[in-house]
Every structure is written in structure tokens, then in C-alpha cells.
Design a protein around this ligand. Structure first.
Ligand code: ME8
Length: 515
């Protein structure tokens, strides 16, 4: 038996160390973090992996440019991705580097297995190669621009390469890949990406060059030290290295492989949905359960690039708007899977309307009434009215509704659903007007406030994966004990008489600085 029902293995791409972390990297890892946190609260044993991809021509060239040894260079940049995880409050269980010994062992074991099974042969490669994508392109995929420079499909410069090379028999795997997608329509999400991959395969697959001889920065090919492994074969293998491969008897491997979800950007869809499952099937290893390829962020309508000088630093966002505000915005603003644009104005609107006004005020209004009128203790509930029950029903259904959305990575739809309940609760407060009941029907005011405290608790519980710090503050204000914050505690309810601390604002408003 491999996976037991309650384990969940999720991965980010491992990021190239030729660049400093930016909003795009933060985005992918954030989505994984929300999935990982949700699953943990839902009782799963989660393994959340991220890390850095440290080999290849591009990294070697970046180190050379700086005049330092690639290992020294990769140590530095890899650390900046670890720092990002801390700054963004990511809850990864492991951080893998492809320069680690455990990873060399896994890559070489996989190589030997593919060789043994006759899936790899020695030949020679002549064709186009883009160092920036670390990808090979066919004659059909390249074009000459006005300056005579040859470019690949993503507009990246390609160079003609001719060298001895090992090949993986990818051409033989087309039908089996199509059968794999057929067997599970959710193997590639969103659907549009699935169609893209299927039509690419139907166009015919060629054997894939899987070794290079013109530079050294990579995992040596076993028994042929003139060759190093193609960086994508090396990089993709990280997903099994991290759970213990080549020791297939290891508990972590048995428990977590195959992965439940590889989260990637749309730029690396092919590598994850064609090469990776083909390598695994050829080695007779189980294939991952899902690859989700999300969209691309632009900055105020422009492509993000170092040369345009418009790279968005996640550190700047956190400093300017706040950590949970940034986490919320990134997953709320754009339907997950689509491309998205970062605009300051949109960020401020979300921060002020959704967080400070809608959710922040909702919590603040009820809690400060309890402080002022109920001696700071959760009041007793009287009999519930139809309005109370209607609001409770909207909020009770949240957990299963959010679970269904997140099961297909519907991050923004889940938030929309939560904010429907926030809005229901605000309408309820306006209509019940507990400040007026204070004078006319004190018992009814107590019931309304009692109902509200449980609404706050449930909103905070279900929002924990997105905004861990702010929701912890709300749960503290409700005196919900740390050990009562999992989804097992969903139906616990509130206890009248519980003392509450003095309320404090949780979501500050963004005030425009004078320029
Ligand atoms: O491709 N918008 O690493 P990489 C959204 N090492 N996401 C973005 C983005 C943007 N503007 N820019 C980057 C590699 N990303 C390989 C992966 S995995 C075995 C090896 C995110 O550093 C997105 O997830 O170029 C994209 O797929 C990834 O960063 C590419 O990171």
C-alpha cells in the first residue's frame, strides 16, 4: 500500500537560484501553503515541500558573471528563498536543494533504473537550446527576429547545440500519457491547460536529450563522467528525493508518494505533465495525482522583468500592506489559474473594503458591545429566531463549501464564498441592531451577541490557512484555546460566561501617504 487516506503531499516548483525571489515565486508557494494548512486543520498528515533548483547552464553562467564558484553562489541565493518562506509565513516541512547528496543519490538511482529498462540510449544531439528556459526546441518552434537572432516560442534566445548526448525514449510514451490523462480528468488542472498538453502530444513527441557534455555544473551521469544530467531530469526528481527515494521501503516514501499535487506556473506545464510522468512510468514508479498550472502575474499591466526594472518584491508588499493582507490579496484578486495584474489601487481596495470594513468591523462591533454591556463575558443565548438560524446555516455550510473549492484549488472562489457569509453577518447585525436592543430588549441583545461570537469563531477557523496571524488574533479575542482551532472543533460552539480580552482592531486601514 502506498498513500493512506489521510496523508497529503504537496510541492512547489524548486526555484532557479539565478534570480532573487519575487512575487511570482511567493504566489506559487503561498497557494501551496494555504492547501497545506487547510489539509492539516482537516486532519491530514501533510508534507509540504519547496526548495531550489541549483544546477544547469543558466546558474553556472550567473555564478561566472559574479566571478564566484557556483556552489558559493547557490548557497547564497538558496538562502534567500529560505528567508522568503519565513517572511511569508510558509509552513513547508522540508526545503530541498538539488546540490544535496540525497538528491544526487536519487537522480543516479533513477538514471540507472531507466537505463536498465532500456529507456535511455546514447546518441548525439544537434538542435536548438534556450538557456533561459533550459529547454530544447524543434526547428518548427523557433523563429528569426528582425535582428537575425533565433528565438524560441517564449521569445527567448536559442543557440545551436551539437554534442554527444543520452536520450530518453519519450517518443514511445505519447499514447500512455494520453491514457493517463484520460483515466483522471483532473490530473491536469485547469481544464484549458489539459487541452493544451493533449494537443501538444497529438502533434507527436520526439526523444528527449537528457545529458549535456559542454559544461560541468550538474549531477554526473553514472559510469560516464563526460556527461552531466539534463537539468530538468535532475530537477523533477527532487519530488521523490524528498520523500526518501531510492529507498522505496522508507516510511515517508510509502506514505507520501505519489504526490497529491504539484503546483506550478503555466510556464513549466510541459515538463511536469509530459516529461515527469513519462520518466516515472518508464521507471515503473507511480505518477503524481495532479498538476495544477496557475497563471502569470504582471505589474500594473506590464510583464514583470528585471530589464524593465518592475520586479515586485514580496518583502516590499509585506512591509507596505502587511503580511496577511498580501496573502489575502494574491489569492482573492485573481481566479486561480488565470493571469493576474498587480495594481496598488486594487490592493488598497481589498485591504480596506474586504478586510478592514467588512470583516474587521464585523468582529469589532460585536466584541466591543460585549465588553461594554456584558462585563466582557460571552452572554447567555435565549431562544433563537429565524434570522439567527438563517445566519447560522450560512456560516455552518462554510467548511464543506470551502473544502469543495480547495479540493480543486479554487482559492478565490473559496474566499468569495466566505465573504458571502461575512456579508450575511453584516446584514444581520444591521437588521438586529443590538445597540438598539440594549435599551428595548436586553435578553435579545445577548442572544444576538452570542450568535455573533460563534459566527466570528467559524469565520476565523476557516480563514486560518489564508491569514494565519490575523485569524489567531481573532481566535485569541474569542478565548478559543490553541488546541481547539482545528476543523474537528467546528461544531464546538461558544460557552456563555467565557471571559474575553479587551478587543483590539485586527485589520488596519491603508491610508495613502502624501507624496
Ligand atoms: O522554472 N507569475 O524555476 P523558476 C506567476 N527551476 N508565477 C511566477 C511568475 C509570475 N510572473 N514568475 C515565476 C523553474 N513564477 C524550474 C522549476 S521544478 C522541478 C523546476 C513562479 O525559478 C511559477 O510557479 O523559473 C513558475 O512556474 C516558477 O515561479 C518558475 O520558477
Amino acid at each position: 500500500m502506498s498513500n493512506d487516506a489521510k496523508s497529503y503531499y504537496i510541492t512547489t516548483p524548486i526555484y532557479y537560484v539565478n534570480d532573487i525571489p519575487h512575487i511570482g515565486h511567493a504566489y506559487t508557494s503561498l497557494a501551496c501553503d494555504v492547501m497545506a494548512r487547510f489539509k492539516r486543520l482537516d486532519g491530514y498528515d501533510v508534507h509540504f515541500l519547496t526548495g531550489t533548483d541549483e544546477h544547469g547552464q543558466k546558474v553556472e553562467a550567473s555564478a561566472e558573471k559574479k566571478g564566484i564558484d557556483p556552489k558559493v553562489f547557490t548557497d547564497e541565493v538558496s538562502q534567500s528563498f529560505r528567508d522568503l518562506a519565513v517572511a511569508m509565513n510558509f509552513s513547508n516541512d522540508d526545503f530541498i536543494r538539488t546540490t544535496e547528496q540525497r538528491h544526487y543519490d536519487a537522480c543516479q538511482a533513477l538514471w540507472e533504473r531507466l537505463l536498465e529498462k532500456g529507456e535511455i540510449y546514447l546518441g548525439s544531439y544537434s538542435g536548438w537550446y534556450a538557456v533561459r528556459d533550459e529547454a530544447f526546441y524543434t526547428e518548427k518552434e523557433v523563429t528569426k527576429d528582425e535582428d537575425g537572432v533565433m528565438r524560441g516560442p517564449m521569445g527567448v534566445e536559442v543557440a545551436w547545440v551539437e554534442e554527444p548526448s543520452y536520450f530518453f525514449k519519450l517518443s514511445a510514451w505519447g499514447d500512455r500519457l494520453l491514457a493517463l490523462y484520460d483515466a483522471d480528468p483532473d490530473f491536469i488542472l485547469p481544464k484549458s491547460r489539459r487541452n493544451e498538453v493533449i494537443s501538444f502530444i497529438k502533434g507527436g513527441l520526439m526523444d528527449l536529450s537528457v545529458s549535456r557534455t559542454t559544461f560541468n555544473w550538474g549531477v554526473p551521469v553514472p559510469n560516464d563522467d563526460k556527461h552531466i544530467m539534463y537539468v530538468w531530469l535532475d530537477a523533477l526528481t527532487n519530488y521523490i528525493t524528498a520523500v526518501g527515494y531510492p529507498d522505496e521501503e522508507k516510511d515517508s516514501y510509502k506514505k507520501f508518494w505519489p504526490a497529491d499535487l504539484h503546483m506550478v506556473g503555466k510556464d513549466i506545464l510541459r515538463f511536469h505533465t509530459i516529461y515527469w510522468p513519462a520518466f516515472l512510468m518508464a521507471a515503473d514508479l507511480p505518477t503524481p495525482k495532479r498538476v495544477f498550472a496557475h497563471g502569470w502575474w504582471t505589474n500594473e499591466g506590464q510583464k514583470i522583468s528585471k530589464s524593465l526594472g518592475n520586479v515586485i518584491s514580496p518583502y516590499d508588499l509585506v512591509e507596505r500592506y502587511g503580511l496577511d493582507q498580501t496573502r489575502y490579496f494574491l489569492l482573492r484578486e485573481v481566479p486561480f489559474g488565470n493571469d493576474g495584474d498587480f495594481a496598488h489601487e486594487a490592493m488598497v481596495t481589498r485591504m480596506n473594503s474586504d478586510l478592514a470594513n467588512a470583516l474587521g468591523n464585523l468582529v469589532q462591533r460585536g466584541l466591543s458591545m460585549i465588553t461594554k454591556n456584558c462585563e466582557g463575558k460571552i452572554p447567555e443565548s435565549g431562544e433563537l429566531s429565524a434570522e439567527d438560524e438563517k445566519l447560522q446555516a450560512s456560516v455552518d455550510a462554510l467548511l464543506s463549501d470551502v473544502r469543495s473549492e480547495l479540493d480543486v484549488q479554487g482559492f478565490s472562489r473559496a474566499l468569495e464564498r466566505i465573504w458571502r457569509s461575512v456579508s450575511d453577518a453584516n446584514i444581520y447585525v444591521d437588521e438586529q441592531a443590538p445597540w438598539a436592543l440594549r435599551k428595548t430588549d436586553f435578553k435579545r441583545m445577548e442572544t444576538v451577541l452570542f450568535v455573533l461570537t460563534d459566527v466570528y469563531r467559524k469565520l476565523a477557523l476557516v480563514l486560518q490557512p489564508y491569514m494565519p496571524e490575523s485569524t489567531a488574533k481573532i481566535l485569541d479575542l474569542l478565548s478559543v484555546a490553541e488546541e481547539q482551532r482545528s476543523f474537528d472543533n467546528w461544531s464546538d460552539g461558544m460557552k456563555a460566561g467565557t471571559e474575553l480580552p479587551k478587543p483590539a482592531g485586527v485589520f488596519p486601514r491603508y491610508v495613502e501617504q502624501d507624496s
